[in-house]
Each structure stands twice: as C-alpha cells, then as structure tokens.
Design a protein around this ligand. Structure first.
Ligand code: SAH
Length: 259
C-alpha cells in the first residue's frame, strides 16, 4: 500500500528548551505523530502542534514503559498511515540512544528516515559547569561509556581507563559507581583523579558534586538523585566550577562542599 510516511529521529538535547536545535524545532512543528522518551521535558513537547498524536515510549533505567519492539512497531505503523513521525530522543540520538536499532527496523519496513543531532548530556554538563572535555596537554581524548549493558553486566575493559590523559564520561552508571571506582583504581588511575557527578545537566535545576576518584562511590551514595546522572573522571573535570548563574540559584550549604 503506498504511503508518504516519514520518520525523523530527532535529538531533543538534555532537557532545557534552549538546547533544542532549529532543525529539531522545524521537525517538531510539522510533526503529525510524536513518540518521545521519558527524559524529554513538557515545554519541548509543547513545540509540536496540539493536534499531533503524542505517545510516551520512554525508558528510565530499568523501568520500561514501552518495549523497544513495541516502539519500533509503532513508528512503522504510524509512518505506514502516511504520517510525518518524529521519534524524539533525549540528548543526541547517536549517543546511547538505540538509534541504529530503530533505523535498521525502519529500513527493513521500507520507511524513509533522517536523523537530526542533539546536544548530548556530557556537552551540556561541560558548558553548564565550565569544564572542558578535552584540554590541550592534559586531556587528549574523551570516551563516553556506560555502566549498563544489554545483559546488565558492566564491562570496563577499555584502553582509555588507565590513560591519565583521557576524560571518561559514564552514562547510565550511577548505580555502578563503586565498581567504576575500584576498576579505575585497579587499572592504575590515581586516587586523586578529579571526578564530577552531575544531575540534570543542562537544566536550571542542574547540580554538581566534585571530588576525587577514591571518593566516587561515597559521593554517589550520599546523593539522593531524582534526575538523570552523569559521572566524569579525569583531569579535565578538575576545572569544573559553579558558574555565576549556578551560584545565584544554589543555596549556600550546597555550595560550601564544592571547589
Ligand atoms: N542520548 C542521551 C543519552 C541517553 S542514555 C544523550 O545524548 O545525552 C540516558 C543517560 O544519559 C542517563 O542515564 C544519564 O546518564 C544521561 N543523561 C541524560 N540526560 C541527562 C541530563 N540532563 N543530566 C545528566 N545526565 C543525563
């Protein structure tokens, strides 16, 4: 049956509307069906027309609201009806976003698609808390890793682990902080390696905790997180600071523990 349905796989950025690209805005404004992740905020969803069908297919950690298979099937079904479908993902679709699984499924079903990038959480965190991810002479690479794999195991055999010039950013990993700390120390990273723990990066309520690698698990344990969390390990994170905007919104007690 002929149809002109199309799927745009769009990055929404880490939550704040200011991080939505003009490309994403245009795709949202012309969307007829919107399938969105749990991490996408209300004000971003409201950029889509009122008559647009909006379905949350989001996942937060282990809590699956809609399985990946169902999301794939839904995208295809809506596109086969001839609709302009936007599959809206938190951050950048190409970073821990399962985008390739969705593209392959669309192709198997003959659905045209395009991908629009977004600001990944690590970039938003770096801007918000004024640290570089790479820094000349100190941090020559940045690696995005995850503490969560398909089968639930964590695999930290990676050559950048023991390179003191590598910045490591862990996504979906706050539950594995103790394992990350011990693996990195075992791999030869110095105990004093700076670490940052950033919750709700890129949003007004963004919070940062800083410390050293041998304190990572304790710092994570003492925090009661309600939003998404990134862990950063490496010398570049030693430059992290509260920006003027952050200083104005954070209470004094929170600030005193920070560098
Ligand atoms: N595609 C997304 C990542 C999806 S994986 C991106 O590019 O950012 C989900 C994980 O991303 C979360 O468990 C958390 O580790 C991280 N994350 C997403 N948004 C975040 C935010 N605003 N602040 C901190 N971490 C975030």
């Amino acid at each position: 049956m002929p149809h002109n349905g199309f799927v745009s796989l769009v990055g929404a950025g880490p939550g704040d509307i200011d991080h939505v690209t003009l490309g994403a805005l245009k795709a949202l404004q012309t969307a007829q069906a919107l399938l969105y992740d749990a991490l996408v905020s209300e004000d971003i969803l409201s950029l889509a027309p009122q008559r647009c069908v909006k379905i949350c297919v989001g996942k937060r950690g282990d809590r699956l609201s809609v399985s990946q298979d169902k999301t794939n099937a839904l995208m295809v079904r809506l596109a086969q009806k001839g609709l302009q479908v936007v599959r809206l993902k938190g951050g950048d679709p190409s970073v821990f976003g399962r985008v390739e699984e969705e593209r392959l499924y669309l192709e198997q079903h003959g659905i045209d698609h395009k991908t629009l990038p977004g600001v990944t959480a690590a970039s938003a965190a770096a801007a918000q808390f004024s640290f570089p991810l790479t820094h000349r002479g100190e941090a020559r690479s940045v690696t995005f890793l995850t503490g969560r794999t398909k089968d639930g195991a964590i695999d930290l055999r990676h050559e950048s682990l023991n390179d003191p010039m590598a910045s490591l950013v862990f996504y979906m990993s706050s539950h594995n902080a103790a394992h990350i700390e011990s693996s990195l120390l075992k791999a030869g990273r110095s105990k004093q390696t700076p670490v940052v723990i950033i919750e709700n990066a890129g949003r007004p309520e963004g919070q940062m905790r800083t410390g050293a690698l041998d304190d990572l698990a304790r710092l994570v344990d003492h925090a009661a997180f309600s939003g998404p969390v990134l862990l950063g390990v490496g010398s570049a994170f030693g430059y992290a600071r509260q920006t003027l905007v952050q200083r104005q919104v954070l209470p004094v007690a929170t600030r005193s523990g920070m560098r």
